[in-house]
Write a protein that binds this ligand. Structure first.
Ligand SMILES: [Zn+2]
Length: 501
């Protein structure tokens, strides 16, 4: 009966097959499960026995369940269903006709509870060409995986009667990933004033540049960071599947449209919640933000160890979580948005309030704007609080909508995608120094201008590359093959010194 009943276990966002075999022999009652940690076995066997008892399938004697391979770490609750099926088969409750994958946690009354990892399981089932029996609560996400024969299981009884041929479970209908991009709140049209910051966010979206917003409390930094989600291009089919997998591995429902993720983390958050891990290893916020935005508000308040922990995932686009049971890798390509106050008291440069910081405090605060995270930021933007007068004047003015801005962003991304053949980089933010030298197409005037500014502003090599990357995106937004001096001038306005002087 080998390999007839399969369960799964998760490693990262991948499902691995687990073969489930059961044997019942006469003797004193015992229930052992080989290949699962003790605590999980205890819980699982209680649920399985209770659920089977509901169906009048009583189990006596010595029960041995074998989960193979034995050395593979496994999560207990996912395996309730295949263990129950294996025992019912052993008790001849039904005759096993076909190999399949089963997954689900059992309630004591036999209901099958939704679990995390249904999407990875569906992909495994597709690869192995086996039918998948999953909790009915996971059907919606499984429906998004093409080419899999899946059945949603409400209760253990429904499943066993199906296997016995007495009734049949309905097959999960294939569902296309949603084609639409729903309305994202807030809309850029609702953001009053702040034309420079809006422009910088458009550039960030177009070239996938990390961005820092510096402004006093009440200037609207958070609102603008949130609005960024609405001007990003919709997820492609592949990207949608990537985000679906990660959400499934955490146990979150499938996304309802193609908007990119937006995840905000607080400075009091734990390293595990941001980077992933924990006793039952799962992805963290940096992976849930994959292909979307990771927003760190009050960036200067973040602990050093947290910033240090984020360094590798931001650099590599994936994060490796090491546990005793082995290491797991999750994707983490994010657009990083940082927000911070301009000084410790928050009011430096404010049109109304007075800054109370001493020069020592100002200097100490300024030093927080360096290090591995800031090195990866291309755009530094001031977000000044508007004066009451400005607010009044802008009261009736409506800005451009997110939908209109997004059209330009999508065009600029398409240009970068075309250039990928030459550069290997998907977006301008990923252009390396060498690629920049060969592919930026600076006009003679722009080159001259950049050289003079570099000298005057003492731009470092890194500072120069930053300017070139941003200038390339500005040119792409304008649909211009070459980079003109005006694009360089605008890019220089977003350099780091600008917001902290
Ligand atoms: Zn201050």
């Amino acid at each position: 009966m080998a390999a007839e009943i399969q369960g799964i276990t998760l490693r990262g966002v991948e499902a691995l097959p687990v073969e489930v075999e059961a044997e019942i022999t006469s003797g004193m009652f015992s229930f052992s499960v080989v290949g699962l940690p003790d605590a999980a076995v205890r819980e699982s066997r209680e649920r399985v026995r209770a659920a089977l008892r509901e169906l009048d399938v009583s189990i006596y004697g010595r029960i041995a369940v074998n989960l193979a391979p034995a050395d593979l770490p496994k999560e207990g609750s996912l395996l309730d269903l295949p263990i129950a099926v294996a025992l019912a088969a052993e008790k001849k409750f039904f005759a096993l006709k076909q190999a399949a994958i089963y997954m689900g946690e059992l309630a004591l009354d036999g209901r099958v509870r939704p679990v995390r990892g249904a999407v990875p399981a569906a992909m495994l089932a597709r690869a192995l060409k086996l039918p998948l029996f999953c909790p009915v609560g996971n059907s919606a996400e499984v429906a998004l995986v093409d080419g899999v024969e899946a059945y949603g299981v409400p209760t253990l009884k429904d499943l066993l009667l199906h296997l016995r041929g007495e009734s049949s479970l309905s097959r999960v209908d294939k569902n296309m990933p949603p084609d639409v991009l729903g309305a994202v709140e807030p809309d850029f049209a609702d953001v009053r004033g702040q034309s420079q910051a809006k422009r910088a966010l458009e550039i960030a979206a177009a070239g996938h540049h990390n961005i820092l917003l510096v402004g006093s409390p009440g200037s609207g930094k958070t609102m603008m960071a949130r609005a960024l989600q609405g001007i990003l291009p919709p997820l492609s089919d592949d990207e949608f599947l990537e985000t679906l997998l990660i959400r499934s591995a955490v146990g979150l429902p499938a996304p309802s449209d193609r908007r990119r993720p937006f995840r905000q983390v607080h400075h009091t958050a734990s390293t595990v919640s941001i980077c992933g891990g924990g006793s039952d290893i799962r992805p963290g916020e940096v992976s849930l933000a994959h292909r979307g935005v990771l927003f760190l508000d009050e960036f200067t308040e973040f602990r050093r160890d947290l910033i240090e922990a984020l360094r590798q995932p931001l650099e590599d686009g994936f994060i490796t979580v090491n546990r005793a049971s082995g290491s797991v890798t999750y994707p983490s390509r994010v657009l990083l948005v940082l927000a911070a106050n301009p000084c410790a008291c928050g009011w430096r440069g404010d049109p109304v309030e007075q800054c109370r910081c001493s020069s020592v405090e100002l200097e100490r605060y300024r030093r927080k704007f360096s290090g591995p995270m800031l090195d990866r930021v291309d755009l530094y933007v001031s977000v000044p609080r508007l004066t009451p007068q400005e607010l009044l004047e802008l009261n009736n003015a409506t800005g451009e909508s997110s939908t209109d801005i997004r059209k330009r962003v999508v065009r600029a991304r398409a240009i970068q995608w075309e250039r990928k053949k030459l550069t290997g980089a998907e977006c301008n933010a990923e252009l390396s120094e060498r690629q920049l030298k060969n592919n930026v197409a600076l006009s003679a005037k722009a080159r001259q201008y950049l050289a003079s500014m570099a000298e005057r502003l003492r731009l470092s090599g890194r500072g120069m590359s930053r300017v070139l990357r941003v200038a390339r995106t500005i040119a792409d937004l304008a649909g211009s093959p070459g980079i003109e001096a005006s694009a360089v001038a605008e890019a220089i306005a977003y350099r780091d010194a600008g917001v902290l002087e």
